[in-house]
Ligand binder design. Structure first.
Ligand SMILES: Cc1cc2nc3c(=O)[nH]c(=O)nc-3n(C[C@H](O)[C@H](O)[C@H](O)COP(=O)(O)O)c2cc1C
Length: 191
């Protein structure tokens, strides 16, 4: 069933720069989305992953329609989500395309194993989730990808990698506190 609250595009929208500035305040967990198998692989850093439903286990991610990883998701019907640990900032940077690394070259320098349908999953990630593509919804510049989780591997890494206000931040557990007082602390990772 399709429910439309309001026809789009709206008659008046805010300025995109203002919107970008506001969204910089939203801290996001950093993940790498991977697609393909063998040498026909690529991946990209994202902050747009979130769970859609717990039952059935489903997540969504917003992917730019121009990103090189998207055709691989369409072709193979599967993708990997590696949720980065606090010490994996270099992986995050490599998968933004920084340094002109593309395709399989992005995977050099870190350890990967093949998940469901052969999608690469990062070793040492906080969690690595293999997904089957359930649906791809194109909207504006992006594709909203729904993924059904078909495999999960989790680690006990002590920190998560987040991106906030244009910077990578490691969010660490404070293991010396008891469960109720276990508030995360953060350490900025700028140079
Ligand atoms: C912290 C961070 C978060 C990002 N999140 C997203 C995202 O959620 N969706 C997206 O399409 N691109 C996102 N990007 C940009 C992609 O990483 C980048 O455009 C992509 O790797 C380029 O891939 P390509 O050269 O293979 O096309 C993000 C970049 C950074 C640095």
């Amino acid at each position: 069933m399709k429910s439309v609250v309001r026809a789009f595009p709206p008659t008046s929208i805010v300025n995109s720069d203002e919107f970008r500035g506001a969204m910089r305040h939203l801290a996001g967990g950093v993940s790498v989305i991977t697609g393909g198998r063998g040498r026909d692989i690529s991946g990209m850093t994202v902050t747009s992953v979130t769970s859609l439903t717990i039952a059935p286990p489903t997540l969504i991610v917003a992917i730019n329609r121009a990103a090189s990883t998207l055709p691989l998701l369409r072709r193979y019907g599967a993708f990997g989500v590696s949720i980065l640990a606090g010490d994996q900032r270099e992986v995050a940077e490599r998968f933004t395309g920084k340094g002109s690394h593309a395709g399989a070259k992005r995977f050099v320098g870190s350890s990967w194993k093949a998940g469901p349908a052969g999608v690469p999953l990062l070793e040492g990630a906080l969690a690595a989730i293999g997904c089957e593509v359930e649906e791809i919804i194109e909207r504006h510049s992006h594709a909203i990808v729904l993924g059904s989780a078909v495999s999960i591997a989790a680690s006990e890494a002590p920190s998560a990698l987040a991106y906030w206000s244009g910077r990578y931040v490691a969010v660490e557990r404070n293991a010396s506190h008891d469960e109720d007082a276990r508030l995360p602390t953060h350490r900025a990772l700028w140079d």
